[in-house]
Structures are given as C-alpha cells and as structure tokens.
Design a protein around this ligand. Structure first.
Ligand code: 5AD
Ligand code: SF4
Length: 473
C-alpha cells in the first residue's frame, strides 16, 4: 500500500501562518454532499486553523471562503454556481480569497466553466487535498490563480491536521474511491479507484479518538465492506497471504470493537454484494456495532438493477435482508433509492414499492435520477420525463411516510439509553437526542443532561421525530 510522505506539503502550513501572523483572519467553509466530504472538510478546517485562520459562520466576516463540493446530483452543482455568483461581490469589496475543492473539481467541464465565468483563487481536487496550504501560499504571495487537479488516483494521505465538528462522534475514513461503476454514478470518476488505508493507521486513529473521549465512530468509504479487497487480491497473486493481518472489513470491525472507550460503531456505505457471511457474523458478534444497517438498494426491479450494474437481483436483495434478520437479532435497515432511472417502467417502479413494503426500512434516502456527464446511464436513450420521475418520487414518499408512522408507533412505551446531544434546533427549550436508528427524539430536561447517556421513554410519534421523557428510576 502506498502512503505518501507529505512533510513537504505541510511545511506550507507554517509558511502561510507566517504571512498571516497578527492579522486575525477568518475562514468560512461550506461542505456539500456526503459524510466523506464532511470528513475531508474536517481536514481542510484542520489545515486552515493551523495556518492561522479562525472559523466563522458569517461569510461576510471571512477572509478565506472554502467550498468543498459534491457532484453526485445536479442540484449540488447548481448550488455551487449560485454561491460563486454571490461571493464574487465579496471578493470585489474586500479581496476575500476563494478556494474551491472536492468532487466537482475533478470534472473537466466544471473547472472550465469556473475558469471562464467565475471568480476564484484556488481550485483543488479530491486527490490534492494535502496541497491546499501550498496552493493557498502561491495564490496569496504571487497573486495568481492556482488550479491543482490530479487526473490519476491520489495516494492514501496520513497525518493531515484535523478539526472535528463534534466531540463525541467522529468519522474515520477507511478507504477511498470505488470500483463498482454503477452506471448512474459519477463517484468512480471523481474519487478514483478503490484503495484502503492501512489497518494500523485506522486503529491508531480510533484509539486516539477513544483517548480524547469520543464514544461513537463511523467508518467511512464508498464501499466499506470491500475494505482491503483490492490489496488482498494483489497479495494472493503474489502468494504471500498474511493470515493474521486485518485484510477484510469483518476483521476490521472486530478489531475496532476491541478498542476500549468506544461505545458505538457505525459504517457507511456498504454494497449489498459485499455483505459476505463474515461481515454479517462480525456485526452479530460485535456488541458495539450498531444493528441499524444502511443497505443501499437503489431499485427493487431486477431489470433496473441490471441496467444500473448493481450485480444483484430483487430476490437476492430480499434474501440478504432475510439472512441478516435471521443472523442479527433486532437488525433494522435504512436504504438509498433512485427513482426514474432510464428505462424504469411502471412495473419496475412497483417492484421498488414492493421491496419497500416488505423490508419496512426505518429510513429511506430518496433521490430522483440525475443525469451525470460521463456516466453510461447519461448516454441511455430511454430517459424518463421529469414529470413521471416526480410523480413516482411522491408515491414513494407517501409509502415511506406510511411505513415511518407504523415503525414509529413501535417505539412508543419503549425505553432506550440515549445520548443527549444538545438543544432542539426548532425549540430551544427542549433537548434533543437520537435513537440508534437515527430517529430524532425531543424531550424536556435540564441542560446538565447534555453529553450524558440517559434512559429515555418514548411517549409519542410525530412522523419526523419522536417525543420522549427522561425515565427516572
Ligand atoms: N442520480 C440520483 N441519485 C444518485 N445517487 C448516486 N448517483 C446518483 C444519480 N446520478 C444516489 C445513490 C447513492 C447516493 C449516495 O446517491 O442512491 O447511493
Ligand atoms: Fe457510486 Fe455505486 Fe460506487 Fe456507490 S457503489 S459510489 S453508487 S459507483
């Protein structure tokens, strides 16, 4: 496994810090997209803070504005262009530095568009995150625009500074890239081929998080349950199988489960095809691993799944769910579903609804199919009209709400130990927590409960949240 030495790049952190000395500068960051991007942003924030910038929520106060972009669907792209239009005025007024990074910057046509029509100082990609201080240094000192994109896969970078958003929950990226090439998806083109971090580096990171007081770890990757597959296959061809090595996701889960201080382990996203028996057994056996599993389905129709290159059928997906229900007591599921994939017929869509009714997902992330330049599905001729896509989306949403209500009702009267996270966003007099299955719970209570795990009895359901009461023994 290649691990890049980044001392040269990190020297620029000190160089920018020297330039910024005594200036009381601020940065503002906007992160779009998935948890992997959020984790990258924590590293960008880590670098920015070490370069002498302080974070601000107010873009008007910022001397450096950073956009960490996503391109998985069109609406994220539109959002960036809207933001770039707004920030231009700020740049003209006070010379704000604009840095744009992330997945969208790996798309040539987007970078061309930005260069042609928008203001910016630094453009960096998913493979050049560690170059951000160097790029910024040159942009500031030489007053020139920097574009720093690598077309080839970046190496695994260790040792970047990190400023985490939360003090109890932390994300740990375990692999980069994806080899699956689902036909709708841009990710393999912007994040490159699958490559896994060394298990030792991952375990060291989790151990130090535990020492810092973190309780919950989410293992991240585009296809977490194929962790180390590429590396394992290479080792096999070299005929030096290291038996004791952590060379699979199942083994990694078991090793993380051993780390003292960590109380809950989650992971996202897995692929159904890689839910091998060893992974199912590890989830079953590891008491810290959450039994709320994200199992991206995308479609319930075998025909559509084939066109999506998902390599499983409707029946195989349902069999996997059944197998997991049998093996893992109290397992529950969340999923991703795309409606309106090219060629999706009414019958295909009914298959999706059928699986939703059967599995009774606790949470569904629903997406309208979005054409992505460069993907095979974008070239398919049988695109679905927008109106039909939206109608199907609404039908799926109604079914989801029905199921959600029924699932919610099963919580009423039950008590679960919940971590009190803080005040409710919508009502500052109430506290908020989340069930293991990611349902928001609001409750009355003293502020001293924040950060503590307390028994909470669920008393009522309100579709998108539950109401609870602290159970006093
Ligand atoms: N259109 C709509 N949804 C998409 N996703 C990925 N690519 C697209 C696309 N082109 C969804 C998938 C994936 C989730 C992260 O985003 O459901 O699991
Ligand atoms: Fe995209 Fe499919 Fe890879 Fe997920 S598994 S990142 S949907 S190509």
């Amino acid at each position: 496994m290649i691990k890049k030495e980044i001392d040269n790049e990190l020297e620029y952190i000190q160089k920018v810090k020297q330039i910024n000395e005594g200036k009381n500068l601020h940065y503002h960051i906007l992160t779009m997209g998935c948890q992997l991007n959020e984790n990258d942003s924590e590293k960008i924030c880590g670098m920015a803070e070490e370069m002498g910038y302080t974070k601000t929520q107010e873009i008007m106060d910022a001397d450096l504005v950073i956009y960490n972009t996503c391109c998985v669907r069109e609406n994220a792209e539109e959002r960036l262009f809207g933001k770039l239009g707004e920030v231009k005025k700020l740049k003209e007024a006070k010379g704000t530095i604009i840095a744009i990074g992330g997945c969208m910057m790996q798309e040539k046509h987007i970078v061309e568009k930005i260069k042609k029509s928008y203001s910016y100082d630094v453009i960096f990609g998913t493979h050049t995150l560690q170059n951000f201080p160097k790029d910024l240094y040159h942009a500031i000192l030489e007053r020139k625009k920097i574009t720093d994109i690598l077309d080839i896969d970046g190496e695994i970078i260790e040792g970047l500074p990190i400023k985490r958003e939360d003090s109890i929950r932390a994300s740990v990226t375990i692999m980069n890239g994806c080899n699956n090439f689902c036909t709708y998806c841009i990710v393999p083109y912007v994040r490159g081929r699958e490559r896994s971090r060394n298990p030792e580096d991952i375990l060291n990171e989790v151990k130090s998080l535990a020492q810092e007081g973190y309780k919950e770890i989410t293992l991240l990757g585009q296809n977490v349950n194929s962790y180390m597959r590429v590396e394992r296959e290479k080792e096999n061809t070299l005929d030096k199988g290291a038996i004791n090595r952590i060379d699979s996701f199942a083994k990694l889960l078991r090793a993380v489960n051993e780390i003292n201080g960590i109380e809950k382990i989650r992971f996202t996203s897995p692929h159904p095809k890689d839910f091998t028996d060893d992974v199912i057994e590890a989830i079953r056996d590891c008491e810290k691993v959450s039994k709320f599993i994200h199992l991206p389905m995308q479609s319930g129709s075998t025909n559509v799944l084939k066109a999506m290159n998902r390599v499983y059928t409707k029946e195989q997906y349902l069999e996997l769910v059944e197998k997991m229900k049998k093996e893992i007591p109290d397992v529950t599921f969340s999923t991703d579903i795309i409606v309106g994939f090219p060629g999706e017929t009414e019958e295909d869509f009914e298959d999706t609804l059928d699986v939703v009714r059967k599995v009774k997902f606790e949470q569904i992330f629903m997406f309208i199919y979005s054409r992505r330049v460069g993907t095979p599905a974008d070239k398919m001729e049988n695109q679905i009209p927008e109106e039909i896509k939206h109608k199907r989306f609404d039908r799926l949403k109604s079914l989801y709400e029905e199921i959600l209500k029924k699932n919610n009702e099963q919580y009423i009267g039950k008590t679960e130990n919940l971590l009190i996270e803080g005040y409710s966003k919508t009502n500052k007099d109430l506290l908020t927590a989340r069930t293991d299955t990611n349902k928001v719970v609001v409750l009355e209570g003293e502020s001293s409960l924040i950060g503590k795990v307390v028994p909470v009895k669920i008393v009522s359901e309100h579709m998108w949240y539950l109401k609870g009461e602290v159970e006093i023994n």
